[in-house]
Design a protein around this ligand. Structure first.
Ligand code: PEP
Ligand code: MG
Length: 650
């Protein structure tokens, strides 16, 4: 990641979307093969395709070269199911929620059309509107409800049957599954089939939402492949096997979205927001993913391929050189020790953390424990996973953040357990996220605290609360923690002495601006610059179209970081940065100059940040930070950072 480089030029308009396969969390269509490749089939043998270059956002460095693999949706399988009369109301409620969610997805899709060329909007807009109408108070939805109440079938069955009945009515008897149409023109038959398919498509969407169906399967991913798809959810990224993939590229996604974070964590070269790529890529294509330059090349010409291969070798050499830093201390030229820890998204990263020489885990994102499963994990499963990670760190500290659910994370097990809300009409980023959810679903909170406390006998642990905005939340969370401690002691459980510290993420402007009060309540701060920038600048961190506005170097964000840091330091509370800024070596002098001495980042960034730490002196960093903090112009801040010269500044 290098925000100070000029961003790669990206066209603002999008390639025409094929409805139903565009947005994250949306299905590509029933019957799509488990391993259907992106785009239309390859040209016949011998018909070589010309080189095509796609500019995108460089989210995870390295260069990957390999054959294209396109992951499509898993086929939707619904079993026919009868229900008891007593369950009809619950089933109708499930249906209403799935319809609302589907409508919300369509509204979002409609919103995205604004950036399409006019003719595409004209083509796709009415179709999405028609989908939306079908899900309003239509014959279709009435029929779905009636089938549950009168036919006593599950919501999935009702949706399937209602859609199929309408599809068959549109097709007419002669164009049904068995008949041939003698009465209508070819065009009329094609139009009927299209309309019937639209009804089925809307049914598939509702059923997928009813079933919280996982988006894709990556089990058939061939070794050495480049994964190309239109969008990738964080839950999908969690399913990827980094040892089989040489690169990932998508049409959608932003620099600091959770998908990007996961890909960096996995150490897979990745480019997101490469507009039009999913449409263009075909099976049999060779792709180059340049995760530093932010571009994807399909079917490279021989010279391009040769240059990319040289890039792969150069990158491997650079990694080797950085690996030699592993045993050297993270210490500035003037002898100031700095703590460099790793963020962990999934246990598969543990070997990377060890290789990187990180001094513990500064942010363990617990979400993976809840992802890609149908039901919630139990206490024993949580303890086992936490314990495994703590033991792997062999005495280095582990900061475990309790579940930070947000709708973007789309965790099926939580939806299935009815623990998280749907946000058809409201902005989910401002909803029941992080600690707010845990304080409302205290069982879920207590479950995690119990597991963390039990696992904390295996090594030093801290507990981190996500998305805090008020002092009251910290107090309430501490009460829950104390209650869990008492319960465990009554159970005769051995607990560490002292108990794990309870800290907070400072990742909302509200938290940052009340940092002085929060510093009196919390045992430590972890500054989450990813969300802090999102909420401060009112830009969705995963929105590729607004990536140029999402800038953690905006003076407003920097001032909040400075304010929160100083508030913690005044009362001698530990403070670290664990957002993506922490892993950018160009920002190390600035963050050190603001007084920060602890950073947690994706493991692969540790060596380069260590190199940056070792190359500076604190006095120079303080002077530099002073200069930066006087600026009001973002571009000027970028220029200053790009030009920072440790030698000259000392
Ligand atoms: C952040 O918001 O900066 C952070 C570290 O948390 P996450 O990226 O998991 O939201
Ligand atoms: Mg966050």
């Amino acid at each position: 990641m290098n925000r100070t480089d000029p961003p790669a030029p990206r066209p603002r308009s999008r390639a025409p979307a094929r409805v139903g396969e565009k947005a994250a969390g949306e299905e590509a269509g029933q019957g799509a093969g488990q391993q259907a490749a992106a785009g239309p089939p390859a040209p016949p043998d011998g018909a070589a395709r010309a080189e095509q270059v796609f500019a995108g956002i460089a989210v995870s460095e390295g260069i990957g070269i390999g054959p294209v693999f396109g992951a499509a949706e898993p086929p939707l399988q619904t079993k026919r199911r009868k229900i008891q009369a007593a369950d009809a109301e619950a089933e109708r409620n499930r249906l209403e929620r799935a319809i609302a969610k589907s409508r919300h997805q369509l509204t979002k899709l409609r919103g995205r059309l604004a950036v399409l060329p006019e003719e595409s909007q004209a083509e796709i807009g009415p179709l999405i509107d028609a989908y939306g109408q079908m899900l309003g108070s239509s014959r279709l939805t009435q029929d779905m409800r009636a089938r549950i109440s009168n036919g006593l079938v599950s919501a999935e069955t009702a949706v399937f049957d209602a859609c199929e009945a309408i599809a068959q009515a549109i097709l007419g008897p002669e164009d049904g599954p068995n008949g041939e149409d003698g009465n209508h023109s070819k065009e009329e038959r094609a139009s009927r089939r299209r309309r019937a398919e639209e009804v089925r498509e809307i049914g598939r969407r509702v059923r997928r939402n009813l079933m919280n169906q996982p988006f894709r399967s990556f089990t058939n991913l061939p070794a050495g492949a480049v994964l190309i798809c239109e969008s990738l959810r964080p839950a999908d990224a969690a399913l990827l096997d980094p040892s089989r993939l040489v690169g990932v590229a998508t049409d959608e996604g932003g620099l600091e979205g959770h998908t990007a974070i996961m890909l960096r964590a996995l150490g897979v070269p990745a480019v997101l927001g490469a507009n039009g790529l999913g449409e263009a890529a075909r099976p049999g294509d060779i792709a180059i993913v340049d995760g530093r330059g932010g571009k994807v090349v399909l079917n490279p010409a021989p010279a391009t391929l040769a240059a990319a291969r040289r890039g792969v070798t150069a990158y491997a050499r650079e990694r080797q050189r950085l690996a030699r830093l592993r045993r050297l201390p993270a210490e500035t030229g003037c002898g100031q020790r700095v703590e460099l820890q790793a963020n962990l998204e999934i246990p598969a990263e543990l070997p990377l953390i060890a290789q990187a020489g990180a001094q513990g885990i500064g942010l363990l994102r617990s979400e993976f424990l809840f992802m890609n499963r149908d039901s919630l994990p139990d206490e024993a499963a949580l303890v086992e996973t936490y314990r495994g990670i703590i033991e792997a760190m062999a005495g280095d500290p582990v900061t475990i953040r309790v579940l930070d659910w947000s709708s973007e994370k789309d965790i099926e097990a939580l939806g299935a357990a009815g623990l998280v809300p749907d946000y058809p009409d409201l902005n989910p980023a401002f909803g029941l996220r992080g600690i707010r959810l845990l304080l409302r679903r205290v069982d879920l909170f207590e479950l995690q605290l119990t597991a963390i406390l039990r696992a904390s006998m295996s090594g030093p642990v801290r507990i981190l609360l996500p998305m805090v905005t008020t002092v009251a939340e910290v107090r309430a969370a501490r009460e829950v923690l104390e209650r869990v401690v008492r319960r465990l002691r009554r159970r005769g459980e051995r607990l560490p002495e002292p108990l794990p510290a309870l800290g907070i993420m400072v990742e909302t402007p509200g938290a940052a601006l009340s940092a002085d009060a929060l510093a009196l309540e919390a045992d430590f701060f972890a500054i989450g610059t990813n969300d802090l920038a999102m909420y401060t600048l009112a830009v969705d961190r995963a929105d590729a179209d607004l990536a140029d506005l999402y800038d953690p170097l905006h003076p407003a964000v920097l001032r909040l970081v400075q304010f929160a840091t100083e508030a913690a330091l005044r009362v001698r509370k530990p403070v670290s940065v664990c957002g993506e800024m922490a892993g950018n070596p160009l920002l190390t002098p600035l963050l050190l100059g603001l007084g920060l001495r602890s950073f947690s980042m994706n493991a692969t960034s540790v060596p380069r940040v260590k190199q940056a730490v070792r190359g500076v002196e604190i006095d120079a960093c303080v002077r530099f930070a002073h200069t930066v903090m006087q600026q009001s112009d973002v571009q000027r801040i970028h220029d200053l950072i790009a030009r920072f010269d440790p030698g000259a500044a000392i």
